[in-house]
Design a protein around this ligand. Structure first.
Ligand SMILES: NC(=O)c1ccc[n+]([C@@H]2O[C@H](COP(=O)([O-])OP(=O)(O)OC[C@H]3O[C@@H](n4cnc5c(N)ncnc54)[C@H](OP(=O)(O)O)[C@@H]3O)[C@@H](O)[C@H]2O)c1
Length: 343
């Protein structure tokens, strides 16, 4: 299963290309095996190519025999979380945990070795999802995210896969399928941000960003469209920069605008599946994606933000968890801006 797909230079942006004024005002972009997990069995099975699979619907809780089985399986899946949270795995605790939105379900989060993706993977795991973590090069960080999830009683695997490579993305979904029996949530989070005025943007920086953000986003959505089970959630990470359109951000903002279109169109294509597809557009978030450009990249953002602080990866993970919960079931084909008021 361990498909290793190292690619070349992924972050061709040099600090000299960064427009610090721009960064002050705006947000940003960007296998080895691991802990081999047993299949949950609680997710049912899924076959690629069949769009609307049998599965544990997030909203369909009616009392059919199928659902009785799901409830049983959800209880089984919730037991480790109950242990972690309460320290006492009483039947009562397990029953409470079975109400977790992710009980008996699985999520794939691309680019989850650090930053927003890592926070999202850990947040979804706390909601009961078995999580497939993904990275490009930082396998140590990906393994650490898995270890943290397991330490809290969750289930996770990690896989190195370049989202720009369709084969690697297929391998990522296949690894999740093998470990957890199917997928209910896909978060297309992997991304890079190369900013530069038109006149100074290099071909390499432009091409790599298109490959990662646009092609990678497409590859992820295509596999998601083929495999996510009925009642599931598909989410992509856009950016508030699409609305801000500051100088030097054209190429990056363009890639992030594409992802909003992907979400709107796929939401329509999956009509009848009870799968929602949305984009989340963060404002400036304190991650390596900004910090790679130096401390100056963060200067002034808290003051310019009505909530008077820099966004944290966990802020965005909460929004994603909300969309994935039953409460988010009516939000579909939308872009949700989450930026503390920084517009
Ligand atoms: N931070 C912000 O202010 C901000 C604002 C708006 C939108 N966003 C968007 O939010 C998403 C996450 O950003 P972040 O700030 O958390 O970034 P980050 O801290 O730089 O993390 C990027 C993640 O993506 C992975 N990655 C990069 N290229 C990849 C590829 N080709 N294939 C697979 N994984 C890849 C990285 O893996 P490795 O660790 O192995 O390199 C890492 O896990 C991005 O799509 C970004 O555009 C961020």
């Amino acid at each position: 299963m361990a498909a290793i797909h190292p690619r070349g230079n992924r972050h061709p942006t040099s600090a000299s290309l960064v427009n610090f004024n721009l960064l002050r005002e705006m947000p940003a972009s960007g296998v080895g095996s691991c802990t081999r997990m047993t299949k949950t069995g609680g997710c049912g099975s899924t076959s690629r190519g069949n769009q609307f699979k049998e599965a544990s619907s997030m909203t369909d809780k009616s009392d059919t025999p199928d659902n009785s089985r799901r409830t049983f399986l959800a209880l089984t899946a919730a037991a480790p979380a109950a242990l972690a949270l309460g320290g006492t795995a009483s039947a009562q605790t397990a029953t409470q945990e079975s109400a977790l939105p992710g009980s008996g379900r699985a999520a794939i989060v691309t680019g989850s070795s650090r930053g927003i993706g890592a926070a999202t993977a850990k947040r979804l795991a706390r909601d009961g999802y078995a999580v497939t973590v993904n990275c490009l090069t930082h396998i140590d960080l990906a393994a650490q995210v898995v270890a943290e999830i397991e330490a809290e009683g969750g289930r996770a695997i990690w896989l190195q896969a370049d989202v720009a490579d369709p084969e690697a993305v297929r391998a990522l979904f296949a690894a999740n399928e093998e470990a957890f029996g199917g997928v209910d949530v896909v978060v297309g989070n992997a991304g890079i941000m190369n900013v530069s005025p038109f006149a100074e943007m290099s071909d390499a920086a432009f091409d790599r960003m298109i490959a990662t953000n646009v092609k990678g986003g497409f590859n992820t959505f295509r596999e998601a469209a083929r495999t996510v089970r009925k009642g599931g959630r598909i989410i992509t990470l856009s950016s508030g920069i699409v609305r801000q359109t500051p100088p030097a951000a054209a190429a990056y903002a363009g890639t992030k605008a594409d992802l909003q279109i992907y979400a709107r169109v796929l939401a329509k294509e999956l009509a009848g599946s009870n799968i929602t597809v949305n984009a989340v557009a963060p404002g400036a978030v304190d991650t390596q994606l900004l910090r790679q450009h130096g401390e100056d990249a963060l200067r002034g953002i808290p003051e310019a933000t009505p909530l008077r602080r820099l966004g944290q990866p966990e802020d965005i993970a909460e929004v994603i968890a909300m969309i994935c919960s039953n409460s988010g079931g009516w939000v579909n084909g939308e872009t949700i801006y989450a930026n503390g008021g920084l517009n």
